[in-house]
Write a protein that binds this ligand. Structure first.
Ligand SMILES: [Zn+2]
Length: 294
């Protein structure tokens, strides 16, 4: 096993083992300071996910994330399940680890990323699923046009794989990747999204699933990132991920599935006990993904 050097803005140290379990590894250069940024851009994720699936990356994707490749260590997945909880900031994840017990117990790899600017949902998920910077994928503010450049969904479809997005009707994930020859299940509530995703796991007919949960984001905007109401939604995201993990272990036994707890951007508190994001500040930019091969 490779252990990666953890460097921060003010000090560096070698992390091994990490946290309170033996198989969860922090990889490389997560900022531990509120004032500094993670080093690795979110644009490196997409090509690494493609590599995990043994397919060519999307046309404009940045070079593949080395930490994820090292974790894979040559192993290939034939399934990809990405759970996308909106706006879970790295600082929230680190400050309230007890809310994410399931993700930390399940996960084998933590990937700190620096998301893109402006740190709003369609811009960040645009980069997440294309591997390209906003000026290349074309969404540079809060708007939800269909992305026309090559995406991970297109790359998967070219390789003959079946893809599905399960998301809210009006959210970015439910709009910016439309018009591909794949399945979309779009609903008005998170509960419907998660019920459908569970059904699709049982039906066992998609090679790539992207499941969007925007409940932390929507509550955080109204009551603040650290309100009981918002943190309860973050807690729910961890439980939901654990449920999918249990289902995939049981029902996709014939497959190697790479699973990710993978958000778009972080958040910060603003006046009036509300929450926001979109700015060039570590609270909004630093995120921490968790992956496991099932
Ligand atoms: Zn978002």
């Amino acid at each position: 096993m490779n252990f990666w050097e953890l460097k921060t803005g003010n000090y560096s140290s070698i992390c091994s083992g990490i946290l309170n379990k033996t198989n969860l590894r922090i990889t490389a250069k997560e900022s531990m300071m509120d004032s500094t940024y993670n080093e690795t851009s979110l644009d490196s994720l997409c090509a690494a996910l493609a590599a995990a699936m043994g397919i060519d990356p999307p046309e404009h994707a940045a070079p593949a994330n080395e930490a994820l490749l090292a974790y894979l260590n040559g192993r290939k997945a034939d399934r990809l399940f990405l759970f996308n909880p909106d706006a879970i900031a790295q600082w929230i994840y680190r400050k309230y680890p007890q809310l994410f017990t399931e993700v930390r117990n399940i996960g084998e790899l933590e990937l700190p990323f620096r998301t893109v600017m402006p740190s709003v949902t369609p811009v960040c998920f645009g980069t997440f699923y294309t591997g390209a910077q906003p000026e290349v994928h074309g969404i540079r503010k809060y708007e939800k046009p269909v992305i026309r450049i090559d995406t991970l969904f297109d790359a998967m479809l070219r390789a003959g794989k079946k893809c599905v997005i399960v998301a809210l009707k009006r959210c970015s994930m439910g709009n910016i990747f439309l018009e591909r020859d794949m399945d979309y299940y779009l609903y008005d509530s998170i509960d419907e999204v998660n019920a459908k995703a569970a059904q699709l796991i049982l039906e066992d007919r998609h090679d790539m699933m992207a499941v969007y949960n925007g409940n932390y984001d929507s509550v955080m905007h109204k009551t603040g990132p650290e309100s009981l109401e918002a943190l309860s939604e973050a807690r729910a995201n961890s439980h939901t991920f654990a449920t999918y993990y249990a289902m995939i272990r049981e029902h996709w036994k014939e497959h190697q599935t790479l699973m990710g707890f993978a958000m778009d951007h972080g958040c910060h508190e603003i006046d009036g006990n509300c929450g926001s994001h979109g700015l060039d500040m570590p609270e909004d930019i630093n995120i921490l993904h968790t992956y496991v091969m099932v």
